[in-house]
Design a protein around this ligand. Sequence first.
Ligand code: GDP
Ligand code: MN
Length: 392
Amino acid sequence: MKIQEADAKSLLLAHGLPVPSWEVARTAGEARAAAERALTAGAERVVIKAQVLVGGRGKAGGVKLAASADEAERVAGAILGMDIKGITVRKVLVAAAADIVAEFYLAATIDRHAKRVLLLGSAEGGVEIEAVAAEHPEAIVAIHAHPYLGLLDGEARRLAFDMGLGGHWKAAASIARGLYRTMVAFDADLVEINPLAIVRERGPDGAIAERLVCLDAKITLDDSALPRHPELEALRDLDEENPADAAARAEGITFIKLDGTIGCMVNGAGLAMTTMDLVKRAGGEPANFLDIGGGARSERVAAAMRLILEDPKVTAILVNIFGGITRGDEVARGLIEARAQQTRDVPMIVRIVGTNALEAAQLLHEARFVTAASLDEAATKAVGAAAAGAAA
Ligand code: GDP
Ligand code: MN
């Protein structure tokens, strides 16, 4: 699950990382009020940033500076409602603009191959790290954290020096360790600060000093670990969740949309993968990965069918159920119910084995469903039906 910059910054603050304060505004008027507060508190300018779950907002025109409350209102008005990579901006972050001296990159991510958290740092901050990795891989410093010991102080310092943050090594090392702690505490997949910036600030004594701060923050949480952090569920941005994903989540269905034409409804992740493989071997392309889970009742089957049929590219549906806890007759009832409500006539091939397979076969036969005895047969029939549908 991706979370907005403002929420990511709250999680970083909770772990003691230096993040300049901000407000979130949903209207130009709110942005104006927030800007007035920042300007009154001494800021020379404010920065207004689109809160959308995509990167490259700056390049897309979603990050702008303003020198007065009037200008802030105007700029926020222009950013709100803007389309950034297909997403409509519904809120903006407003903060005192930082006086940036240099921009760095620092992130914690998971190296699945090494089975460790990987810290990545670079002096080439502000730009997309993928571009740096492609053009100057030597400009990226990487260090693995030990799963039990965590990121050690010496390692964090080493990272800071190798990134060229020598003058700020103490703060940089502490930030690197903070990123690691944030990553582990919230079961994140990614905690990325880009830019981690050296900024010039006027202290309470009036003197100008440099400080290292997290100017941008991106956190991706591990969906499978969310049950361990029920409080993080509140950070899900429903404005940006696509309706199919929301419906699948509400029904307890694992659904991932793909590009093919054959809708697949399967119980169990392994069986779903196998089914997709066999569809491909039979010459077809799966339209989705869909796992209805264990013990699925007929309502959930019907919901899964609706999800599949919402994809206009689907020209055939393959249902492959291995009854264990899931009862074949329940699934059959769900399919019959779903077909009765179906708005689009798409051929469906059903294979149900295991618990109550005979009852299922009886029900499906009475309802004149096309069935298959083996998975190979089911895949071949589905691919044939999809091709016939495409030709028609
Ligand atoms: P992204 O483009 O979505 O990654 O958004 P960022 O928050 O990283 O902002 C993009 C760029 O805008 C940064 O790399 C900075 O160069 C610039 N920027 C962001 N915040 C400020 C700020 O407070 N002051 C100044 N001067 N520039 C900023
Ligand atoms: Mn950024």
